[in-house]
Ligand binder design. Structure first.
Ligand SMILES: [Zn+2]
Ligand SMILES: [Zn+2]
Length: 431
């Protein structure tokens, strides 16, 4: 395929990216984003699937409380999100779209759509400020490039829709909520959206591809992870007169945090444990009766992560008994590990040879995973049913690292990315 055969332009892709950048929404509350993507797809002649059919209720993790969701929905309406789509979503964010729903499942691509809970930079050198498309929402910003992923996904949808008569099998695009914190993938996979698929492709701007014109065709060694919140509930008491009648939640949480960090490590791979936040107590002269911890474990394999999480659970429960606490452990997100398959890596490389923007000397077969990504849930689901998967890193120089307030990528990566994925999907269809 040459550049001229794409119907979408670089200007249109940049405009889309900027639009979604402005309306950055936190994970599992992407109401404006989902409704607007649905509208764009509908205008392309496609029929997006939204609501319960794209999200298994019991597998949804880390969903904000009802009040936060209501406010996010109201804000989406205020900001002009298409009302009909918001209603059809029925409170659930994310969507799937089939290019040829009449044909059997074949290739699935995942595009994540959530922003990061970080305050966007106001430095004059930050392009979104210079060009007037900075996030409208305080404390939430597209600091991971998912705004670019949405634009690429919409561009790909348009290119595939234009060629849909030539497809021999279905291509399904997932616009996934809540990638940050690994919250959204399991609910989508749980809704059966990967069933029967032979190929699974995820792509991310930057990561280890941080030069313009570079490309990484696959990734190996994403960390498996479990995100969990812990609450200790004890008994308050007068700290001077009756401390013996209290049950101290602050000490329970502090003791659990120290012991979790002191766990012996698994011999078969790297692991991580982080208690990222600990809040406890109410005042100076009261025995603290409530403590909350926000934690995560990670492991280089799913088994190593499970070892870490199960031992954390044991420490929390035993510490609770020691300090006479009720404890509650709530899973807020998680993903296993997965890696790219050689055959798909080769095909990505061959596809890139037809996209001149990617320079052959800057194309690498594979890189380590970049922390954790719940694309691994989709990858593993397709691999378990005998298919293959890959995770592509799309090269762009970055103004600052992922999740930093100054994060930004070069928009010129959007067009070649659409071209690469279109070429790749058509090559898979022909095989
Ligand atoms: Zn991220
Ligand atoms: Zn990301």
């Amino acid at each position: 395929m040459n550049d001229h055969s794409l119907s979408i332009s670089q200007e249109q892709l940049s405009a889309l990216r900027r639009l979604f950048h402005q309306h950055a929404e936190t994970g599992m509350a992407e109401f404006w984003t989902t409704a607007r993507i649905a509208q764009e797809l509908e205008e392309t002649g496609l029929s997006p699937l939204v609501g319960e059919c794209v999200s298994l209720a019991e597998a949804r993790m880390g969903v904000p409380d009802e009040n936060t969701l209501r406010k996010a929905r109201e804000r989406a309406l205020r900001e002009g999100a298409p009302k009909a789509w918001l209603e059809r979503m029925n409170g659930i964010t994310g969507l799937a779209v089939d290019i040829r729903p009449d044909l059997p499942a074949h290739t699935v691509l995942r595009f994540d759509i959530d922003a990061v809970d970080v305050e966007e930079s106001e430095k004059p050198s930050h392009l979104p400020h210079q060009e007037g498309f900075a996030s409208l929402h305080r404390g939430i910003c597209h600091a991971c490039g998912h705004d670019g992923h949405i634009a690429i996904g919409l561009g790909l949808a348009r290119e595939l829709a234009k060629r849909k008569e030539s497809l021999t099998r279905n291509v399904r695009l997932l616009f996934q909520p809540g990638e940050e914190g690994c919250r959204g993938a399991r609910a989508m996979a749980g809704a059966g959206l990967l069933e029967g698929a032979r190929h699974m492709i995820a792509a991310h701007i930057g990561m280890w591809a941080r030069r313009d014109h570079s490309l990484v065709c696959g990734a190996r060694g994403f960390l498996a992870t479990t995100k969990f919140d812990v609450t200790f509930t004890g008994r308050a008491a007068h700290a001077g007169a009756e401390p013996h009648k209290g049950a101290n939640s602050l000490l329970a949480a502090a003791s659990a945090a120290l012991n979790m960090h002191a766990l012996p490590r698994h011999g078969e791979g790297d692991s991580r444990i982080t208690v990222g936040r600990l809040e406890a107590g109410s005042g100076r002269n009261t025995i603290p009766a409530l403590a909350r911890m926000v934690c995560e474990t990670r492991g280089s394999t799913t088994a190593v992560n499970e070892y870490m999480f199960e031992h954390c659970r044991s420490i929390i429960e035993h510490t609770a008994a020691m300090y006479e606490q009720q404890c509650d452990i709530r899973i807020m997100g998680g993903s296993g590990s997965a890696g790219s398959d050689d055959a798909l890596i080769r095909l990505v490389r061959e596809s890139a040879e037809n996209v001149p923007w990617f320079r052959p000397e800057l194309v690498e077969d594979s890189a380590p995973g970049f922390g954790s990504d719940d694309a691994c849930v989709h990858m593993a689901a397709v691999q378990e049913q005998g298919g293959d998967a890959t995770y592509i890193m799309l090269g762009s120089e970055l103004a600052a690292g992922h999740h930093s307030p100054d994060f930004d990528f070069h928009e010129e990566v959007l067009m070649p990315s659409v071209e690469l994925l279109t070429t790749l999907v058509l090559a898979l269809d022909r095989r």
